[in-house]
Design a protein around this ligand. Sequence first.
Ligand SMILES: Cc1cc2nc3c(=O)[nH]c(=O)nc-3n(C[C@H](O)[C@H](O)[C@H](O)COP(=O)(O)OP(=O)(O)OC[C@H]3O[C@@H](n4cnc5c(N)ncnc54)[C@H](O)[C@@H]3O)c2cc1C
Length: 450
Amino acid sequence: MAESRNTDKCDVVVIGAGFAGLSAAVRLAASGKAVTVVEEAPRLGGRATAFTDRETGQRLDNGQHALFGCYRETYDFLRVIGTLDLAPLDPTLRLTMADVGGRASTLTCPSWPPPWHLVGGLLRWKALPLRDRFAATRLLGLLSAVRRDGAERAAARVAPDLTVTDWLREQRQPTSLCEWLWHPLAFAALNQDPGVAAAQPFVRVVGELFGPSPGASSLGIPSVPLDELYAEPAARFIESRGGKMLRGIRAIVDVDPVGREHRVYAGDEILRPGAVISAVPWHAFDRLWRHEVPKRLVRIADAARQTQSAPIVTVNLWFDRPVMTERQIGFVGTQFHWVFNKGSLLYSLVASGAEGLLRQENNELAALAERELRACVSGAAAAVCERSLVVRESRATFSLAPGAPPRPSTQTLVPGIFLAGDWTDTGLPGTIEGAVLSGHRAAAAAMITL
Ligand SMILES: Cc1cc2nc3c(=O)[nH]c(=O)nc-3n(C[C@H](O)[C@H](O)[C@H](O)COP(=O)(O)OP(=O)(O)OC[C@H]3O[C@@H](n4cnc5c(N)ncnc54)[C@H](O)[C@@H]3O)c2cc1C
């Protein structure tokens, strides 16, 4: 590559403008560091992004994203970029679920301190037979361990080869509670079938949601498309503090083994930062390097190559009239797991861990989504579906199956090269919170070296 290109010195180059990269860059910019973010795609946001629907002109997300009260790092990031009010948290936990017979029931948890809010809600939840309602109290031992030691340590005690299904069986959770609560939660949080995903990250999620922090299990649904929620506001924050956003440009890193002068090639520019944060996903790690993968990063690259992906399929359906008043409904015993009411007569149906659906034709997926919506939501019976739009994310998250390759930590063996991204070793599943936590950790680590 010609060395006659512009060369630019900055403190840190962040590669990738998803939640991980942008949260790292915002943290650095807020601390007065000169940051350059390089993003390969023309639009920011990575796997949490939005696009314009050609037919209606509506801004649509690439898939519904939900936040929770326990997303502490995420809400801190939103506060810094000034969008905290755009993903408001519900005051209490309230979930409407429905099965294919059209039986709908709402879990309403009282405003009691956790975990008694969950116990109180379940005891009154008519979806469950009376004898099953006390079963969740069998998790109180786990939740007091979470209170004592934190969710991370409590989850680490779970045997790594157990699946979610094995663990729920060990905890003697009845079928009704699994079908109406734990499985939909597992699909939503882990993006994988509970029979396949490891129990450890699920227990971490249960601990985070129902541990001691009040409001941790409250749901926060963004009120604007994802790019408006965080990607563009974060870019504005970075630029307003003198940082640079390079969009639609692939970064290639030339590693200096002793860490004195790494170079990042980005289009016409050669950047010479004090530190580099890779915030690319597992499947892009391999092709980040100018030459072959640096020797001291080979183990990470090998693990990244072996990391399996889990897909999400979203079907957007436009109806001629409203089909539900709820903001979202969870489905029991179906292939699509949740429907979200997006307003303007648009309903988004989400299938997580959707390997079985990925290769189906769009018209088959739309027909299946419509059928399941009509079966579960009585208000859809007479409505006419006027249009559908399918969005496939084949690499939505990384697989959490037992035996998955080790997740890399923030620090690498190469001085000045740091890692962020939901797939790094946060102990959390592939979520926004995992991505932001990793971004904040990488920013902190990079700052120490500058
Ligand atoms: C449909 C869907 C629904 C989801 N729902 C939820 C949910 O409800 N709640 C939740 O918490 N999580 C959800 N997730 C998961 C969440 O979106 C991800 O965990 C999170 O966005 C990952 O962020 P990231 O920054 O780690 O990676 P990414 O978003 O993948 O960002 C990495 C970026 O790096 C860029 N890049 C790669 N290589 C290069 C290069 N060489 N040079 C420059 N740029 C490069 C990519 O283009 C990309 O923009 C969902 C994901 C999907 C797909």
